[in-house]
Design a protein. Sequence first.
Length: 208
Amino acid sequence: MNHTLRLFFFIFIRIFVFIFLGLNVRRKNLLPQSGPAIIVANHNSHLDTLVLISLFPLNMLSKLKPVAAADYFLENKFISWFALKIIGIIPIARGPDIRQSDPLEACHKALENGDILILFPEGTRGQPEKFSDLKKGVSWLAEKYSNIMIVPVFMYGLGKSMAKSDYLPVPFFCDVFIGTPLFFEISKDHFMAELKQKFQELKDEGQL
């Protein structure tokens, strides 16, 4: 039942994303065709995860694993069920709850299972088209799995369609810019600097 419900939900979401939002995707061919891989994107809207999942074929739904904050998405039974069973998130502890042995353990298992992680390295939703500081968790994954491609994605307009404080989306043309894949080299600091530069290049492209 959950599989059927999840499939129905994402068929509806795909229609919503490409018609209601007028989504325009640049260089969709750069998305990974299979896992393991990591998608890293800016985070301005409640719609971000749904838009990213909608870029992939429906037969890849079971391999797409968005990483999300456990304290937010597991706060009540309905949201927890929806996040885990329909969206398929990997819940990650943050703040005081991060004292567990390895907060990225579930991410390791997903990559070793050939899944595609969807990460928001800013850690939380920010202001439309503005960057917050990037968290270094993705660099730990990049170092451990240095042969895995990490694909940067910048989404432009979603923060205006449905911002952090909004509960209902409004029609707004949105663009998704997909960058060339990164691989870990040299050090975590070097990787994070390279990732930040890639995001800036994609952001600049959206403003042309």
